[in-house]
Ligand binder design. Sequence first.
Ligand SMILES: [Cu+2]
Length: 213
Amino acid sequence: MRTAARLGWLALWLPATVWAGTVQVTVLARDGQPLPDAVVTLEPAGPRAAAPAPAPVTIRQEGLAFVPALTVVPVGSRVTFTNQDRFEHHVRGTTGSPLQAAGREEGFELRMGGRVEGQPAPSASVVLNEAGPVRLGCHLHGSMRGAIYVTDSPWVMRTDAQGRITLNDVPDGPATVRVWHADQLLDSPPRSLNVVSVTPMQFETPIQPRRRR
Ligand SMILES: [Cu+2]
């Protein structure tokens, strides 16, 4: 009886201790203002957590834009592009930073015919098996920009209008926090923090977002 009670107590106590952390990150732009639409990824120093299951997503080309402009997906996810415009679009997906990409472009290239009235929108898809950002563009329309962030971390979120994210159930202890934004020129250096029950963090970056039209 006593053993059973003790085991029950342990079972309740262990998960609560290991998964207790809540991390609140505020990301700031170069001018000190909150930076929305930044992707914040947290990686605990301990054993790697299981990657989240792949999930299919759709990105539309609509009104000369990628909609949504930013998509976060687990590694291995299939991304389907559908052209809702009546004219042709290309989808160019480039990995690596823009400075590296100038030298060696990697990624994918899709060609999408225009939508014809009464027919389903033309579509094409890719499976993204490598973690990291993918920048989206169109050869025909230089103003079309979008991004996909591929991650194997279960602790990933994009910042809201106040530049904030809250990650729950983070293992206590040391962890690394990374911030990525579609308008960044260089990777911001990762920061470390020690996760306790509630861990606030302010992440200053040199990123200045472009004005959206
Ligand atoms: Cu286009």
